[in-house]
Design a binder for this molecule. Sequence first.
Ligand code: ADP
Ligand code: MG
Length: 493
Amino acid sequence: MTLVDTRTPDPKKFINGATGDWEMVLGLEVHAQITSESKLFSGSSTEFGQPPNQNVSFVDAAMPGMLPVINDECVRQAVRTGLGLKAKINKRSIFDRKNYFYPDQPPGYQISQYLDPIVGEGKVLLDMGEDGEVEIGIERLHVETDAGKLMHDQHPSMSFVDLNRAGVALMEIVSKPDLRSSDEAKAYINKLRTIMRYLGTCDGNMEQGSLRADINVSVRRPGGEFGTRCEIKNVNSVRFAGQAIEYEARRQIDILEDGGVVDQETRLFDPKTGETRSMRSKEDAQDYRYFPEPDLLPLEFDDAFVEEIKATLPELPDEKRHRFIEELGLTPYDASVLVADRTSADFYEKVADGRDGKLAANWVINELFGRLNKEGLDISTSPVSAEQLGGIVDLISKGDISGKIAKDLFEIVWTEGGDPATLVEERGMKQVTDTGAIEKMVDEIVAANPDQVAKAQDNPKLMGWFVGQVMKASQGKANPQAVNEILKSKLGL
Ligand code: ADP
Ligand code: MG
């Protein structure tokens, strides 16, 4: 890979060292398990959580004479992902053998793609809040097989091997060295995950190992030459990625400031200590003896195949976010929150349908998400449906209930269920907009509190006390605007 610096150094991201400022440079290799029923080159199931060695065919176990047969759904998924990354789709790509021995990899090689991957250069946009949008280059995406798993905790003196994962299809997505902070790296992993979830090409489940990242970290003087990198292998949580990067950048800075040199090496992150430690150095870097896989033809397809897939792509998060801002009037921040997950975006669109988009967004983000978070629930198990929340928004828009009553109503719908409009009728929660009724309440309160009237006339800020009294008398149902106006005229303010 030829390294090109696409970023302008940003002092906010500099790391202070004893001898001056430093900047980190990060490039990620993300492994994403392709969502598919069966493995890349065999018909075995990919179902997670099966008993060990349940999903193993003769091909996966590398029995002599077994031949791989490409799963074309996996090819479609890779192309779909490439399109989602706005990347170049290569209509001819080649599978190679990457040779290395490991007990959980029976053939003694992994089938991968080396010089001719299925997907070439693309890009991913990150929304970095106040820092605006950042574009991260994608170098390539290739398809390869996963390995099995060794189990060292099943027996006192033996290790066991589970080949359920062996041969499962992975996409390796390689970024350009365009990331400059741990926050950007975390946003990048989240964004890739969001895009793939929208596309349905990877479930993004990091606990189950469906998404893991190798993180390349180097440091340099701001804007200077790229430094020597270390690669932190197999990080399986976004939080760990952030911790590993912060630790590793600081470690490298300390070495350089002490006059040392950073050795290019592969390191592991230990979540227990928050540190990275050396796994192997470049000296024993592996020679994989890549060569074209003789049991598979080059992978070739035509434009029609790509076009057919393109036609089935859903609206992607960036486009959706743009539409939410432009057409529904949302703030960039609210739009980002809503599109981060497709189910949330769909839910919001149902609530906003034919209604005030901003008001709908407030209710989805502040009330509903807030409450779901508190209860440890997510949108797919929300006790309040989009129809119900839409009903509450309607009542607010029509002036039938105030924002405050709406919160009480939300609480009732959350715990008891029911149709919001019916509940408001049945429980007499309708806002009093009848000025005659409000006037009557105001008159009574004014008459009963001559001292307060005098005080408020001296200091108009004290009118708030009267507002409170009227709201109390009306059990929160008086229209606040009407109350204010009537009070002002009655008190002569
Ligand atoms: P390899 O295949 O040997 O791991 P690549 O050149 O393909 O190496 O790069 C792998 C990853 O490392 C890419 O994501 C790339 O952006 C990143 N990378 C390359 N050079 C640097 C560097 N100096 N600092 C940080 N990341 C880097
Ligand atoms: Mg690498």
